[in-house]
Design a binder for this molecule. Structure first.
Ligand code: GLU
Length: 580
């Protein structure tokens, strides 16, 4: 059924389109494959299976949020590529088969360790505000709030994308394979198609009302452009395959200049965007020093600004280090209370100080100092919940993105977190080229005068936290997750479970988690013991259930004492670790 006809029918029936969507989607029919080679992601009824996500390897592990992408990365290593080659191939594959989370129209960060030299590097390929962007670019109501969805949907939501520049920089500098080799699997995936998982089917349903505004995107992600694909369907994206082939042939110039760049500018500006060809032609990757801290003798290497993630991860760990977490039962009230209080302290600082350090001064040394942590823990009462200084309300980012971890026996470690921000980014899809544009501008605060206000060429504040951990200089762990502002709190919990409780990486990832921030309400996964939740309430915490499996999608790898590698992937979504 064609879109216009569908709209006419549902309107005539007096329904709105989302209710039509929900009604027609109740009986999920799983028509096609439920098994992706040897990995079964969901059952015959289209229900996500949350098992078999882990893996053990001798040579290496690729742990990504899609089996197809992990497999492509693992195959690259089998063909003789190094961890960097695998990372680039995995990243391009994810841009095809996890289109709601990240892609060529987005950006991200990677933290990298080169085994041969022991060097650790942080590559920032975050989106930047277009030259014509200003703190006043969105139309506000009299209360200073953005009217409508200009910050999340349409052209003004998009920043200049960095993903292609970032991945190709990584390949050229540290890879061993050609663009041909690492891009071909993603091109094949886009050409031949991939199976819609229950996760993607759900996202397609949830984004119905946004998608319907953008025919260029529904053309690809809705059946015949008229209705969202369902679990078991196959999605092909020949337009994206074409764009990837142009990049394969011409490199970054194939994306940032010429026909692709022109199409990006036209598509974004068709929906009120502010892009120019110069913005694209001038995009540059930033190579930064990772932020480094220490937790109980482990070296934590993570993301510096424009992400707030690494600094606040280290701040939280510095706070927790003052307590004997290992002696507490995992996810007991006392344990959850400490994490909650540590999170609230960190988020209070985040909302006040954090921004792009290329533009504003951020007290990074203070935030990550152990002395500062020691000083602020006197605000923690072990028996009752405290609200910490209320700060300016901070609008929290959307919760979509992707993280993958790759590690090999030699000690090459790659952690990549990349994103188009909200599900399917801004909804703008570059016509004829299959690129979904990000809505990363939503990560700026609205209006002038804040460390994270819009300025031309500035990067919006992120929380992404791709992290490497060393022990006595040797590789120990790689991890990260999506989850918007929850990211570093999630990383802290998984990391602590492995370090403080010696938990297996898969168990640490699967275990229920909480989140708390300046609004002082513990968001918890309902698999936690209800008696413990009650106890937290008695201690004065407000609580709010996130359902059984809340948010986040952690992919992590641990170097085991026997020389093997253990990979874990998050059962909350489609993740799968593959060992070699
Ligand atoms: N845009 C967010 C950030 O940069 C990421 C969104 C997410 O993780 O879902 O922190």
């Amino acid at each position: 059924m064609k879109r216009k006809l569908l709209i006419a029918i549902v309107t005539a029936l007096g329904m709105n389109l989302s209710s039509y969507a929900l009604q027609t989607q109740t009986n999920v029919q799983v028509k096609k494959e439920t098994v992706l080679d040897e990995f079964k992601l969901y059952d015959e009824e289209g229900k996500l299976l949350r098992t078999n996500r882990d893996s053990t390897g001798k040579e290496g592990i690729v742990a990504a949020s899609k089996y197809e992408a992990s497999k492509i990365g693992a195959d690259i290593i089998k063909k003789g590529g190094n961890a960097v080659d695998a990372a680039v191939a995995t990243a391009f594959a994810l841009s095809v088969c996890e289109p709601h989370s990240s892609g060529l129209g987005g950006g991200g960060f990677m933290t990298l360790r080169i085994a041969e030299t022991g060097e650790v590097i942080f590559i920032d390929f975050r989106e930047i505000a277009p030259k014509n962007a200003t703190p006043k670019m969105w139309v506000l109501d009299d209360k200073g709030k953005v009217i409508g969805k200009q910050k999340t949907d349409g052209g003004k939501a998009s920043g200049i994308p960095g993903e292609v520049a970032g991945l190709l920089y990584l390949l050229e500098k540290y890879g061993t394979m050609s663009r041909n080799e690492v891009l071909q699997p993603a091109i094949d995936l886009a050409t031949n198609g991939y199976t819609v998982s229950p996760t993607l089917a759900e996202v397609l349903k949830e984004t119905y009302d946004t998608m319907i505004e953008f025919p260029e995107i529904t053309k690809i992600y809705w059946k015949d452009g008229s209705f969202p694909y369902e679990t078991g369907d196959i999605i092909k994206n020949p337009d994206l395959a074409k764009t990837l082939s142009i990049i394969q042939e011409k490199g970054a110039d194939g994306f940032y200049k010429g026909e692709v760049a022109e199409a990006i500018v036209n598509s974004v500006n068709k929906y009120d965007g502010l892009f120019t060809l110069e913005d694209l032609a001038e995009y540059k990757v930033s190579v930064r020093k990772p932020i480094v801290g220490n937790y109980r003798g482990y070296e934590i290497i993570s993301s510096p600004p424009p992400s707030s993630g690494g600094a606040h991860l280290i701040q939280i760990l510095n706070i927790l280090e003052n307590y004997d977490i290992g002696s507490l039962e995992v996810n007991s009230p006392e344990y959850l209370h400490l994490f909650s209080e540590a999170f609230k302290l960190a988020y209070a600082d985040r909302s006040k100080y954090m921004g792009d350090t290329d533009f504003v001064k951020v007290p990074l040394g203070g935030i990550t100092s152990k002395a500062y942590a020691k000083n602020i823990i006197n605000k923690i009462d072990l028996t009752k919940a405290n609200t910490h200084e209320p700060h300016n309300p901070w609008q929290y980012e959307h919760e979509d993105t992707t993280h993958f971890s790759i590690a090999d026996k030699a000690g090459n470690m790659v952690a990549v977190t990349k994103t188009i921000n909200g599900y399917f980014g801004s909804g703008v899809c570059v016509d004829g080229y299959g690129i979904i544009m990000n809505d990363e501008m939503d990560d700026f605060v609205t209006g002038p005068g804040h460390a994270n206000s819009v300025e031309p060429g500035k990067k919006p504040l992120s929380s992404m936290t791709p992290t490497l951990i060393l022990k006595n200089g040797n590789p120990f762990m790689v991890l990260g997750t999506p989850g918007g502002a929850k990211i570093f709190a999630t990383v802290a919990q998984v990391l602590s479970k492995v370090i403080d409780h010696n938990m297996d990486i898969q168990d640490a990832i699967s275990a229920p988690r909480i989140w708390d921030n300046t609004s002082a309400e513990i968001n918890y996964e309902s698999r936690l013991n209800p008696e413990y939740i009650y106890k937290l309430q008695e201690m004065g915490h407000k609580v709010n259930s996130n359902g059984e499996w809340g948010s986040g999608s952690v992919q992590g790898i641990v170097y085991m004492p026997d020389g093997t590698l253990r990979g874990g992937a998050d059962p909350r979504r489609d993740g799968k670790a593959l060992g070699l």
